[in-house]
Design a protein around this ligand. Sequence first.
Ligand SMILES: *Cc1c(COP(=O)(O)O)cnc(C)c1O
Ligand SMILES: [Zn+2]
Length: 448
Amino acid sequence: MNDAAFQQCIHPDCAATFDLGQSLYACPRCGSLLDVRYDWDRLRVPARLADFEARWQTRSQPLDHSGVWRFRELLPFAPDAMKVTVGEGQTPLQQADELAAFIGHDAGRLFLQYEGFNPSGSFKDNGMAAAFSHARMVGATRVACASTGNTSASLALYAARCGMTAWVFIGQGKIAFGKLSQALEYGGRTLQVAGDFDACMARVQEATDRLGLYLVNSVNPFRLEGQKTIMYRVLESLRWQPPDWIVVPGGNLGNNSAFGKAFIELRELGLIDRVPRVAVINAAGANTLYRLVEQEGLAWNGGCCDAGLVDRYYANMRAAGRKASTIASAIEINVPVNLAKCLRTLDATAGVVREVTDDEIRDAKAAVGKFGYGCEPASAASVAGLRKLLADGTISRGDRVVCILTGHLLKDPNATVKYHAEMGRELSNRPIPVPDDIEAIVAKIQEG
Ligand SMILES: *Cc1c(COP(=O)(O)O)cnc(C)c1O
Ligand SMILES: [Zn+2]
């Protein structure tokens, strides 16, 4: 196997390394998270990011078409023959001037990275393309995840295409029907665990250890390699000029961790000279990160973050019986597994964390939809978060801001219909009852 790529514990006092042939979800020595690392001096990396544009000419090759693998020199762990793609990452960056005007931002300065356009309808596909490639490298036949919905949809799709068996652990928290229907339709074996997401996450890790399943939650460092490419595509769309801000919802905190790693590596490679600031947005009903970082002062601290503070926080949370609860089911997570990596992102990008209420999320979602984009509730946390950051002066209206729309509008139709049926929401658009009578209908339409 390629030894210029390897796995490494992120804790600086440990920094143990492991080869690519192992399926590990935590450092066997100290329990910290693992990174995929590269010995860049022994690898060929394009001299300029613009060099990747050559692949636009060769899009008939599946690996050059994939929004993940056309950046393959920046995640060089898999031989080409092992790479898995189902056409992920054809996701546009949309300049959203009307939405900008609506929330008080300058025209030409707000962009939406529309990850709902992926094959299974969420950004998770970027990660699965990479994780399934590693699963093939290690000869896995059974893959598993705990999921609030989108991971299972994506897992089941990729497993079906790779001829692997998918085991999906879902909890008693909210799961949007669009997502559950996908896992079932793609043939995922779905275990309905009598516990919440955080319980599912613990059980799937135990089952993985006992049975040697291949785990694709975001503790899988290979998955995060695939999610780095979301940032490469954002840069590509902005003609390789980093924006001022990336605003992203935070659940298990894998996505922002991948973004941070992408920027740290690009800076090390001399491919960018400036790193955007990353804002991670929690739902107020699942706000562990917000409380720990913004209220308790938790920080990366060179990789030695205050573990005692985190332990005390969780002990208090359990003692109080506090469970995550938000309409944004994809981020309804109180024990985020990638906390440490997220702290690294915040440190490397001068990042910030905000929380937004369910009502703020619902109004922001309706605004995203009203101007013809559309997303699921968790995704709208990014736009709701931007509103907050504008209001508190952290972001100014001239800053170039990219909000990540993590999942498709159709993932959670119940949340959408319920919003529009309600009286008095900022943008509710109620169906208009009319009799089955053309005169009445014409009159109604003329009223406007
Ligand atoms: C998974 C998911 C998130 C949360 O991403 P993390 O990497 O877990 O922080 C947000 N939005 C949607 C739609 C998701 O599917
Ligand atoms: Zn370690």
